[in-house]
Write a protein that binds this ligand. Sequence first.
Ligand code: NAX
Length: 332
Amino acid sequence: VKDPIRVVITGAAGQIAYSLVYQICSGEVFGKDQSIILHLLDITPMMGVLQGLIMEVEDISLPIVKNVIPTDNEETAFKDVDVALFVGAMPRKEGMERKDLLSANVKIFKSQGIALDKFAKKSVKVLVVGNPANTNCYILAHYAPSIPRENFTCLTRLDHNRAKGQIASRLKISPDLVKNVIIWGNHSSTQFPDVRFSTVVVNGKETSVYEAIQNDNWLKNEFVSIVQKRGAAVIAARKLSSAMSAAKAICDHMRDWWQGTKDNEWVSMGVISDGSYGIEKGLVFSYPIHIKNGKLSIVQDLKLDDWSREMIDKTQKELIEEKNDALTATSS
Ligand code: NAX
């Protein structure tokens, strides 16, 4: 068994963390031979709930978990961590304007960014899940300047998995036979789920999604809209936001970052833009990402037609507005 890595989960008393902790501790993400010290951060009023979670982790008795540290203190939470999963955020309450939500979250991510910068390992791999995920990640990175830019990501893997699921169910095939979907842009209803380069295996034969489905109208309209609005549909049905599927997506994202993607395959991740595909440099934008030896790279040279360019510009526009509002909120 390898020496332990330190993994922090924020919002650890919440519903996503409740599904996530077991998967992390079971070795599915970092490997069965990788021991773990788990740091669990939440706010002071949730410390009692967190104790319950810790009792459950103890009761599952997983061999790779060396220690579990519950805390409401940022220094303890981020001290020497190798992996930081930012799940906690201020939820939207009734009557709250988008701007109020943004400014509440900017405060949280500014404070946590400063602490991450000060206390975490410089090699820390960061994944932001709490919404608005892209912009929270932007603020976090902004306040943690000593950590390399390529170590910051936000979660769009749930959207990616939803897109695979929709294609698979339309073709009545298993989702693992759907390859190379892309989520471009914001983790919001302006995201662009793009299957123009995706392939599927039907009856043992690999073919493009457009050829297999033979309905461009469905792919350009209904499919896009279902994926964009899937989060809201789950809330409407469950009266709670996606949690089990979000936890699975977090694990997929981190496992692929740790272990890499296959040649000629990619996944979707929000990363700090280097200007690829004409996106403003510095924006946290979801791209097709290839991973080798722990290094993320944006897949290049995919052709954009007028329709896809327009879809990408729309989600970029929303992200620029969010970023500007967030920066205004930090300075006020
Ligand atoms: P919950 O409300 O169940 O849990 C959030 C937890 O965060 C709570 O325990 C709360 O006390 C804690 N928290 C609040 N402020 C904190 C702070 N300053 N420091 C540490 N902890 C703090 O939400 P849950 O369903 O677990 O969702 C968590 C976040 O994920 C939400 O922001 C949600 O919108 C977001 N999501 C993002 C997704 C994505 O794909 N990027 C998908 C799923 C999910 O909707």
